[in-house]
Design a protein around this ligand. Structure first.
Ligand code: FNR
Length: 347
């Protein structure tokens, strides 16, 4: 199957819609993603003609890794829902495009196989997204498995300890890397499902301090919107912050990711890279986030659209189109490299 005749990364949305059943589509598009998208779209850019941008590039160095572009594929659960090749297709595409990806704790294929697929494609070792696994021993086992598999950074997601209704998974698709739930996962009778059940098992700042001691890999915290939380994570030894509202999927009415970004960047004050996600639908959107101080952006739904419609080829094409769009926007705003992208490019 060749590439579809699309001009923009976002054109993959309608291709994916045509391929997925209603329940899977609802799961993918769940939450209020439109506020994030609108916030990015509302920012106007300042054309800067006559700049010498020939010979420019989109390369960057992040946590010691050389990346061809600033698009990191965000952790997305259960990717076999969207395509039979699932996470392997995503890994091959990220590697082929010289970028980075984050394996979800809820991946539907084994961590080891995904890492191997990235290596076979000549890519850097993927990052691993860690969800807290009820207690420290269980969390440590999952962390060690990711480290042993060769993952090169840990992304600790802290904004979604409470899982609201999600879709009923087909019998053959599940989180294959997690241990089976036990009766301890359920609240005692008469207890609150939220406060005693889910939140009784959610991590706290003490757990983050503990986690920092368990690995020497770069540790990023994902799902931070308040500047105080970003600074606290760095004070505990984290190496990076991902400003994200989880694509609007967790807390209804949460602060928009872009609104939070400049405040976090200001308080982090260059101590560590600040990454951004939620709502990036084009290379232009990525430039807006970078102009607000992000070092790189994560893509969520857009690459899954590519996955659903054309497997690895579709994911690779989405990344390539995003990069083309970013290069075009850089050229028109007078930026030869990512380092040139700053607020002076905004109107
Ligand atoms: C996610 N996201 C997510 N995040 C995470 O840390 N672990 C996970 O397992 C998942 N799973 C997941 C599934 C699906 C279907 C979606 C759409 C999202 C959140 C994801 O990493 C990212 O933060 C958002 O998707 C970014 O927003 P956009 O780009 O989708 O708007």
């Amino acid at each position: 199957m060749g590439l579809p005749p699309v001009e923009r990364a976002s054109d993959y949305l309608s291709l994916a819609r045509a391929r997925l059943d209603d329940a899977t589509w609802r799961y993918l598009m769940d939450g209020d993603g439109s506020g994030n998208e609108q916030a990015l779209a509302d920012v106007r850019l300042m054309p800067r003609p006559l700049s010498a941008v020939a010979g420019g590039h989109t390369r960057l160095r992040l946590f010691g890794q050389e990346l061809a572009h600033p698009f990191v594929l965000a952790p997305v659960a259960y990717q076999r829902l969207f395509h039979a090749d699932g996470e392997l297709a995503t890994a091959m595409a990220a590697a082929a495009q010289g970028g980075q990806q984050v394996i979800s704790s809820l991946a539907s294929m084994s961590i080891e196989a995904i890492v191997q697929a990235a290596a076979a494609g000549g890519g850097a070792a993927p990052w691993f997204q860690l969800y807290w696994q009820r207690d420290r021993p269980r969390t440590l086992r999952l962390l060690r498995r990711a480290m042993d598999a060769g993952c090169s950074a840990i992304v600790f997601t802290v904004d979604a300890p409470v899982k609201l209704a999600t879709m009923r998974l087909p019998a053959d698709i599940h989180a294959v890397n997690l241990e089976a739930p036990t009766h301890a996962d359920l609240p005692a009778e008469g207890g609150s499902l939220v406060l005693d059940g889910w939140m009784g098992q959610a991590p706290t700042w003490d757990d983050l301090a503990w986690l920092r001691q368990q690995t020497t890999l770069p540790l990023l915290i994902k799902g931070v919107l308040h500047p105080d939380d970003a600074v606290r994570a760095l004070d505990l030894g984290c190496d990076g912050v991902i400003v994200s509202n989880h694509g609007g999927r967790v807390l209804e009415g949460a602060a928009l990711s872009l609104a939070a970004l400049p405040h976090v960047v200001e308080r982090v004050a260059g101590r560590a890279p600040v990454l951004f996600d939620s709502g990036v639908r084009s290379g232009r959107d990525a430039l807006v986030a970078l102009a607000h101080g992000a070092s790189a952006v994560l893509l969520g739904r857009p690459y899954v659209w590519g996955l659903a419609s054309h497997g690895a080829l579709g994911v690779a094409h989405v990344i390539r189109l995003m990069r083309d769009e970013l290069e075009m926007t850089m050229a028109l705003t007078g930026c030869a490299t990512l380092a040139d992208i700053d607020v002076s490019r905004l109107a």
